[in-house]
Design a binder for this molecule. Structure first.
Ligand code: FES
Length: 263
């Protein structure tokens, strides 16, 4: 059992849990994820690790309540426990001193971008972050992202906070204004990552996205998380979750994400 040490409501639909998981906390690296199961009858859901504290033996998990299981998860409180937490899973992010990097997070995607941006900063990069959400009340981790970024730009789709724009439009504006990016990471909803891939490919920037397709086992056995990358079938859980942004087939990914919408 994995005890919830702290719970924070970030937005009406977005919750943060700090969970006691010392074994995972000692090993996890930015970009990796865990698969959790609330109880014996619950489905297994993948969640990227938004932060970790090796001394405290804790993981920070941020999730959006979008279906039955995540709604149930959101009803748990401090002191409650999660039955299973398996991880760390997936390949860690490629962290090196690229030079100037763009860290682009849309909506709940800001959560997995945060530890990657922090690691890129620690590796010596100049970190330019662009974060955005549909509206002000859905924006998360602005303070945390500001602390580890050299510059930060905030957008909202409806203009209720920051600039009225999509994060990918802001990225393109910066490029047109003369910013030279040596690397970019973009995480968010599939349409955002597709647009991110378009911009980075257009300007010849090495770029990665982190995919979060439906997963079951998280260990490469079930095939549910398959994605098409560079014309080949890859498993997001073991071959990813990060892939070259320009190589992912986002239309197939969108179709697969919708398979269980009714359920
Ligand atoms: Fe089963 Fe990836 S989740 S193969």
């Amino acid at each position: 059992m994995f005890k919830i040490r702290r719970k924070e409501v970030l937005t009406p639909q977005t919750k943060l849990f700090v969970v006691e998981a010392p074994m995972i906390a000692t090993k996890v690296l930015p970009g990796q994820f865990v698969v959790l199961r609330i109880d014996e009858r619950g489905e297994r859901i993948p969640l990227t690790v938004a932060d970790f504290d090796r001394d405290q033996g804790t993981l920070t998990l941020i999730f959006q309540e979008v279906g039955k299981t995540t709604h149930h998860l959101g009803t748990l409180n401090e002191g409650d426990s999660i039955l299973d937490l398996v991880g760390p899973l997936g390949k860690p992010s490629e962290i090196e001193d690229f030079g100037t990097v763009a860290c682009v997070g849309g909506g709940i995607g800001i959560a997995p971008v945060y530890p990657i941006a922090r690691a890129l900063k620690q590796a010596g990069n100049r970190v330019i972050s662009i974060i955005g959400a549909r509206s002000k009340d859905l924006l998360i981790l602005e303070k945390e992202m500001t602390e580890i970024s050299d510059e930060i730009y905030v957008t909202t789709d409806d203009g209720s906070y920051g600039k009225k724009a999509f994060v990918t439009q802001e990225l393109e504006r910066l490029i047109k204004d003369g910013y030279k990016f040596d690397f970019a990471i973009g995480i968010g909803p599939v349409p955002m990552m597709k647009a991110f891939a378009g911009v980075t490919t257009r300007y010849g920037i090495k770029a990665k996205v982190s995919l979060n397709p439906i997963m079951v086992d998280g260990t490469g056995m079930c095939g549910v998380c398959r994605v098409s990358v560079g014309g080949a079938t890859r498993f997001a859980c073991v071959d990813g979750p990060e892939f070259d942004a320009g190589e992912v087939d986002y239309d197939i990914l969108t179709a697969r994400q919708r398979i269980y919408c009714d359920e």
